[in-house]
Write a protein that binds this ligand. Structure first.
Ligand code: ADP
Length: 489
């Protein structure tokens, strides 16, 4: 109690015993009214004409509900005969004691009269049971009453709030207080406000976001007497929404992580599977050879298989390494300003033996005449890859065509075959990791990584584009890639 009192130096207060004796007065009281002697009876400071009424009121107070806190007007008079009108409001603070808080009553107007009787104990009970903050403001913009919820929300003691200009809830700056008080005047004018979001200040000055509902209260004769406001603390709601957002973000991240984990697992098992096949072949045929008893013809055949499978294995390992380096962003491109056509020409030469084997004629029309910033080896790798596929997925003695030309400020390279073609629904998938057209899987030699690497080299490495066209199964395919002419890298 003493602690509270010492904090409340501004708001005039007296601590009054059940017998009506002044136990403590504060600095606010002396400043606004006059100094009083501790131990004196409060009645001795009440104007003689009001004293009887005060004593009756006080007696009743002692027997009334402990929560009773009606506002009462009395004239105070000091020992020198100075008279000041005061409004006082009692609050029981213990079995015996009350705090009486006072404020100077500069001319009692009708609205104040209203408030003296308006605050019934029933209303007080309603106030205190409401979970939102509730306040009553008089026509002067001063807080007449507040409930406990508002006090807790803003970190004030009830006594500090009562009598305070309502504007002070918005700011500590004088002109802001003025503005906010003015706001209340507007509510007065328009009758009511609903769900306005605004920021209040708690005692420590921190912002408290609330939504405010306000309505004017009219007294007798329809006269405005004040405002009843309720404020809902939005911080909790906001915090909840924030928490919900964060939780769903987290859930998403966990989902992505496990998805990524799954992709990695799939990749590893695919890699394992792809490596095992050529290895098994190599081992098997090597064993035949080691066991002996094979004739020259068989020996040649077996060695041929071992050679082919070793190549396949080497290619696979290179592809896997390339891919993992690219995906980790560790692949370094060596860009050089290059004429495009010779690079493509070299790729055609590189696949000549394979084409020859299947008696496939490679027709070339290489005359883009463009010079581009490219990583020569990587672009050659792309062209070889597309040519290899064209040969691989074509019937013997058919034709594959490669062409370079200028298009859209860049170089277009196309590789056309008349082979097995790709069904429309499989076309996107072939650029995916291990993306192979399923029905053909047993025909294919590769692991389905080639086109994934092609796409990474063209799109990530050279800011180009790669796509394919195929009229469908059995109708051949054309793979395209396009590289932009970039002045400087
Ligand atoms: P792979 O090593 O299996 O050839 P790629 O990534 O190079 O892997 O190709 C992926 C799949 O795309 C192939 O398995 C095949 O099903 C299909 N494909 C690629 N090129 C052609 C083509 N020219 N004609 C038909 N299908 C093709």
């Amino acid at each position: 109690m003493e602690q509270i009192l010492s904090k409340l130096e501004v708001q005039p207060l007296l601590l009054i015993s059940g017998k009506g004796l002044i136990k403590r007065s504060n600095a606010g009281f002396s400043r606004v009214f006059f100094p009083v002697g501790e131990g004196d009876s409060l009645a001795s400071y009440i104007h003689p004409e009001d004293r009887r009424e005060f004593q009756t009121w006080f007696r009743n107070l002692n027997h009334e509900s402990p929560e009773l806190s009606l506002v009462k007007n009395f004239r105070l008079a000091d020992k020198n005969g100075r008279v000041v009108s005061a409004m006082l409001r009692p609050e029981r603070v213990s079995e015996q004691d009350f705090i009486f808080w006072f404020w100077e009553d500069k001319g009692i107007n009708e609205s104040e009269d209203y408030w003296q009787t308006a605050l019934t104990p029933a209303m007080e009970a309603v106030f205190s049971s409401i979970l939102d903050g509730v306040f009553l403001v008089n026509v002067e913009g001063k807080l007449i009453d507040v409930n406990q919820a508002l006090c807790s929300m803003l970190g004030y003691h009830k006594f500090e709030l009562i009598g305070m200009p309502a504007g002070k809830l918005f700011s500590n700056e004088a002109d802001e207080i003025q503005k906010a008080t003015f706001r209340f005047a507007r509510i007065m004018k328009y009758g009511r406000v609903q769900e306005i979001s605004l920021t209040l200040r708690d005692k420590a000055g921190a912002e408290v976001e609330v939504s405010l509902n306000g309505a004017v209260i009219r007294g007798e004769g329809n006269q405005l007497v004040g405002i009843l406001g309720t404020v809902r603390d939005l911080r909790e709601k906001k915090a909840l929404r924030h928490l919900k957002e964060k939780t769903s973000e987290l859930e998403k991240a966990v989902g992505e992580l496990s998805e990524r984990d799954k992709v990695k697992d799939d990749f590893l098992s695919m890699v394992g599977h792809e490596l095992r096949t050529p290895l098994a072949n190599i081992l098997g045929y090597a064993e035949f050879l080691l066991e002996g008893g094979v004739n020259e013809e068989e020996k040649d055949k077996f060695l041929q298989v071992i050679y082919q499978e070793s190549r396949r294995l080497a290619r696979l390992v290179n592809e896997i390494l390339d891919l993992s380096r690219m995906q980790a962003g560790r692949l370094v491109y060596h860009y050089v300003l290059q004429p495009m056509d010779p690079v493509i020409g070299e790729a055609v030469e590189a696949v000549a033996a394979e084409a020859e084997q299947k008696k496939i004629r490679v027709e070339k029309k290489i005359n883009s005449g463009l010079t581009l910033w490219i990583d020569r080896d990587r672009i050659k790798q792309v062209a070889i890859n597309l040519l290899n596929n064209a040969i691989k997925y074509s019937n013997p003695e058919s034709e594959v065509r490669i062409e370079t030309r200028e298009m859209d400020q860049g170089a277009l390279v196309l590789v056309e075959d008349h082979g097995i073609g790709i069904a429309r629904e499989d076309q996107d998938q072939v650029f995916e990791k291990f993306g192979r057209v399923e029905e053909l899987e047993h025909h294919t030699q590769g692991a389905g990584l080639g086109l994934t690497i092609v796409k990474l080299i063209i799109e990530d490495g050279h800011r180009g584009r790669v796509w394919l066209e195929s009229a469908g199964v059995g109708k051949g395919s054309t793979f395209y890639f396009w590289l932009p002419t970039i002045a400087e890298k």
